[in-house]
Design a binder for this molecule. Structure first.
Ligand code: SF4
Length: 367
């Protein structure tokens, strides 16, 4: 008896899929240890597109016109510069320039999300991977035009994880670390390149307890109607934004991980061991002493299989009915006893590997 994944597409080397600078930093951070591989999350042959005959939008499938790119990435200044310098990928240069020309949230920290996008984005199952009105400006017919310089959210997000929630927890931690590094380095560049104090203040607004802006504070996250505001934000770099972003890239591109830590705050130093610990957890395959049913949802049924959703609606499991029908034996009793009872009820052995997968995917949980 073996549980089956919904998709088993070709393998990719996830470490090689990280953006250029981040791949080097992460390799140094992890002392050469590899990040988890996610061969089921295939970007070139999207695992979330509907099979022939199924409606493109519905069930848990993505819209072929958007795939997972219903998002507006916040590109730190040095990542913008990296794309502008990447002459081998002119489509990336074009998409960054188009975004700059649009003029929304073009700041010395980078290309940020405008208020309009923030108001419309909710990350829900109804819109994520489906809504064409949220399509990323760097998306081009199934490809990411800024792939080599994409930001941490895009770099660490996968629709499917080889070990379900266990791997996702690692990627979430790596996202947290890389996002912190992006913000720290963007700040470092702004200070190094002489962004004026008024611009620095606008990029570090103060908020009241209720989340509202303090009086007189301005956030440059939309197209400034007032040209003088834009001039105060950018100072000597107003009108020379491309040169600024390239200069940021020149500062950050040669940095080692030790350099990144030196230019960043203590939050990044705290997150480094957290990420290393999270990687260690992905390699721990020990079994808990007792498990019981987690928060599973039945997505669909057939004569032979039950599709269940555990940790993510994007990454369901197809379970043989024989396995699904004996899951109630995992009720918190000792695991060895539960496996023996479930195997006897099924009339064939319930493999420990299948139980491991059910735990990883949140169908069963340790007690
Ligand atoms: S930057 Fe690239 S990976 Fe990220 S949402 Fe846009 S097209 Fe997709």
């Amino acid at each position: 008896m073996a549980s089956e994944r919904v998709h088993l597409p070709v393998c990719d080397d996830t470490a090689a899929m990280l953006p250029v600078m981040q791949a080097r930093w992460v390799s140094e951070l992890l002392a050469g240890d590899a990040v988890p591989r996610e061969p089921n999350a295939t970007c070139d042959d999207c695992a979330m597109l509907p099979p022939p005959g199924e409606a493109p939008v519905g069930g848990h499938w993505f819209n072929p016109g958007t795939r997972c790119c219903t998002y507006l990435p916040e590109l730190a200044n040095f990542l913008v510069g990296g794309s502008l310098e990447d002459v081998e990928h002119p489509d990336g240069i074009s998409s960054v320039r188009a975004r700059m020309a649009e003029g929304v949230a073009v700041t010395p920290m980078g290309l940020l999300q405008g208020e309009d996008f923030r108001a419309r984005y909710d990350g829900s199952a109804e819109t994520f991977g489906r809504s064409e009105s949220l399509l990323c400006p760097h998306y081009d017919d199934g490809r990411c035009t800024v792939r080599r310089h994409r930001e941490s959210t895009c770099a660490t997000w996968f629709c499917k994880h080889t070990r379900g929630a266990v791997h996702k927890a690692f990627w979430n931690r790596l996202h947290q670390l890389l996002r912190t590094a992006e913000r720290d380095l963007a700040r470092h560049c702004a200070v190094e390149l002489g962004v004026p104090v008024e611009g620095l203040a606008m990029m570090h607004p103060m908020y009241a307890v209720d989340g509202s802006l303090r009086a007189h504070d301005v956030v440059p996250t939309d197209r400034p109607d007032d040209p003088s505001l834009y001039a105060r934000l950018w100072g000597p770099w107003a009108g020379r934004e491309e040169a600024y972003y390239r200069a940021c890239y020149a500062i950050v591109a040669p940095m080692s991980w030790a350099d990144v830590l030196a230019a960043s705050g203590s939050e990044l130093r705290a997150l480094a061991p957290v990420v290393r610990h999270a990687l260690g957890v992905t390699r721990d395959e020990s079994m808990p002493a007792r498990v019981r049913l987690g928060g599973l949802n039945v997505v669909s049924l057939s004569a032979d299989h039950v599709r269940v959703q555990g940790y993510s609606f994007l990454d369901p499991l197809d379970l043989p009915r024989k396995l699904f029908d004996v899951l109630h034996h995992f009720d918190g009793r000792p695991l060895v006893e539960a496996i023996a009872t479930a195997s006897a009820a099924a009339g064939e052995p319930v493999p420990e590997g299948a139980v491991r997968m059910l735990i990883d995917f949140g169908v069963l949980r340790a007690v």
